[in-house]
Design a protein around this ligand. Structure first.
Ligand code: OOG
Ligand code: NI
Length: 408
C-alpha cells in the first residue's frame, strides 16, 4: 500500500508490467490478440468451472505476464538486477540452456517476486538470459574478442535509471515524479531500437546462432516476448488457430491433466515470430529497410509446483509417474500444498520455468540451425558464478516452495 504520495516497489512492478504490455502491444499487434483471446478463455473457464481460481485469483491471472530479455555481459545482468530489484523482483533459479537440445549459448535466471503476498498483488516475472561469449562450442577466440569489444561499447541502461532503481531499493519508495521517470526510462530501455543493424556483423553472428545475433548483433536490448497466463491452453490454442494465427506445432511441457486432476508445472505455446521491419547498414554504408523475425507471442498455463522427488519422477516418466489425487501428491511429498483452516489442500502454484520448454521456445523461433562444435570446450557457468555476478542472493526455487509450505 502506498504511503501518502510515495510509490512502493509493488506498485512500481504493476505499473512496469502494464507499461511493457502497452509497449509490446504497439510493437507486436498479434500480442494484443493473444491477450484478448486469453481473457475470453479465462472468462469462459471462470463461468463454467467451480475450481477456476484454485491456482490464483482471476485478478492475479488477468494481470499476469512474464517477459523474456537477452543480455550480453555480466555487467548488464548486474544492472538489470537493480532495475528489477526496485520493482521487488529477485533472481530465482539457474538454467543452463547450453545443455538443452538444441544447445542455446546462454545461461538464464528469472526475476520475480518471492513472497506469496507480492505474487498475489502482481506476479510479473522476466526470464533473463546472458550470452556465454567464451564458450568455444559456439565462438572462436576471434569472435569472442569482437563480441566483447562490441558489447563493452554499448550502454543498455542509462545512469539516471540505475540511480532511481538504487534509491527505490534503499528507501523502499519513490516520489510520484521519480516513479513516473523510472517507468519511462525502464520501458524505453526494452523498446525495439530504430538504430540500423550492421548487416555484416549480424550475419556473422547469425551463422553461429540467431540468439547470439539477437543479443550481440545490435547495440540495444528489447523484450523478446511477453506472455499472458491462460486457464485452458488447449482451448486458447484452438481459438488462435481459428483466427488464422500460425502457432508452433505443439504445447510444451506436461500434457493436459484429466478433468478434476490438478494441473502440474507449466504448459506453454507460442505463435511464430513475425517479420518486423528493421533498418540495416550494408557493407557499403547504405541504409536499407529489411525485416527480422525474432519476436513472438507466447502463452502459458500454470499448475502445482513439484518437489525435487516429484520433478525427478516427472522428468523420468512424465505425468504418468505421478499419482492422480492431491492427497497422494501431498502424502508422498511429490508436490507442494498448503492447507486452509478447514484442512483442505491448496496447491502452491509453480512460479518458475522449465529448461526443456525454454529451449523449445527458443528453438521454435530460430532462423537457422546455427553451428556449434560440441567437441570443443565449454566454459564453466553455474548458480554460484551467476550469484557472484548478480551481487545478490540467487534464490533456489525449491527452498522458496518448501518455506511457503512450512508456513514461513
Ligand atoms: C526465452 C525463452 C524461455 C520461457 O517461457 O520458457 C522462455 C527467450 O526466448 O529469450 O521465455
Ligand atoms: Ni517465455
Amino acid at each position: 500500500e502506498d504511503r501518502g504520495f510515495a510509490v512502493s516497489p509493488t506498485t512500481l512492478r504493476s505499473r512496469f508490467a502494464r507499461a511493457l504490455s502497452e509497449l509490446y502491444g504497439r510493437e507486436v499487434p498479434a500480442y494484443t490478440t493473444l491477450v484478448e483471446v486469453s481473457a475470453e478463455v479465462n472468462a469462459d473457464v471462470l463461468a463454467t468451472r467451480d475450481d477456476a481460481e484454485r491456482l490464483g485469483s482471476i485478478r492475479r491471472v488477468t494481470a499476469e505476464r512474464h517477459g523474456a530479455i537477452r543480455l550480453g555481459t555480466p555487467d548488464e545482468l548486474a544492472q538489470v538486477a537493480r532495475i528489477f530489484g526496485a520493482c521487488g523482483m529477485y533472481p530465482v533459479g539457474f538454467y543452463d540452456l547450453r545443455e538443452a537440445t538444441p544447445a542455446i549459448p546462454v545461461v538464464s535466471t528469472a526475476f520475480r517476486p518471492v513472497a506469496r503476498p507480492e505474487l498475489r498483488e502482481n506476479p510479473f516475472r522476466v526470464f533473463t538470459s546472458l550470452l556465454v561469449v567464451d564458450d568455444r562450442r559456439f565462438f572462436d577466440e576471434r569472435l569472442e574478442a569482437e563480441l566483447r569489444e562490441f558489447l563493452a561499447a554499448r550502454t543498455l541502461f542509462p545512469r539516471e535509471l540505475l540511480e532511481l532503481a538504487d534509491r527505490m531499493e534503499s528507501e523502499h519508495e519513490l516520489s510520484i515524479a521519480d516513479a513516473d521517470r523510472f517507468i519511462e526510462l525502464a520501458t524505453a530501455a526494452f523498446a525495439l531500437s530504430p538504430e540500423p543493424v550492421d548487416r555484416d556483423w549480424y550475419e556473422r553472428l547469425e551463422a553461429v546462432s540467431s540468439v547470439a545475433a539477437d543479443i550481440g548483433g545490435v547495440a540495444s536490448t528489447h523484450i523478446n516476448h511477453l506472455t499472458p497466463r491462460v486457464l485452458d491452453i488447449d482451448e486458447l490454442y484452438r481459438r488462435m488457430q481459428s483466427r488464422g494465427i500460425e502457432m508452433i506445432d505443439r504445447i510444451q511441457g506436461p500434457p493436459r491433466t484429466a478433468p478434476g486432476r490438478t494441473d502440474v508445472l507449466l504448459r506453454q505455446t507460442s505463435f511464430r515470430a513475425l517479420a518486423e521491419p528493421r533498418s540495416f547498414r550494408e557493407v557499403d554504408g547504405t541504409i536499407v529497410t529489411d525485416s527480422l523475425r525474432v519476436r513472438f507471442g507466447e502463452v502459458e498455463q500454470r499448475g502445482v509446483a513439484l518437489t525435487p522427488a516429484g520433478r525427478e519422477r516427472y522428468d523420468a516418466e512424465g505425468l504418468g509417474g505421478l499419482p492422480d489425487s492431491d492427497a497422494d501428491l501431498h502424502a508422498h511429498d511429490l508436490a507442494y500444498f498448503t492447507r486452509t483452516d478447514a484442512g483442505v489442500l491448496v496447491p502452491i502454484v509453480y512460479e518458475d520455468f522449465l529448461p526443456k520448454s525454454a529451449a523449445g521456445i527458443f528453438a521454435s523461433n530460430l532462423t537457422g540451425e546455427g553451428s556449434s562444435d560440441t567437441s570443443r570446450r565449454g566454459s564453466l557457468r553455474d548458480a554460484a558464478w551467476m550469484q557472484d555476478v548478480l551481487g545478490r542472493t540467487l534464490h533456489d526455487p525449491y527452498e522458496l516452495y518448501a518455506a511457503e509450505r512450512a508456513g514461513a
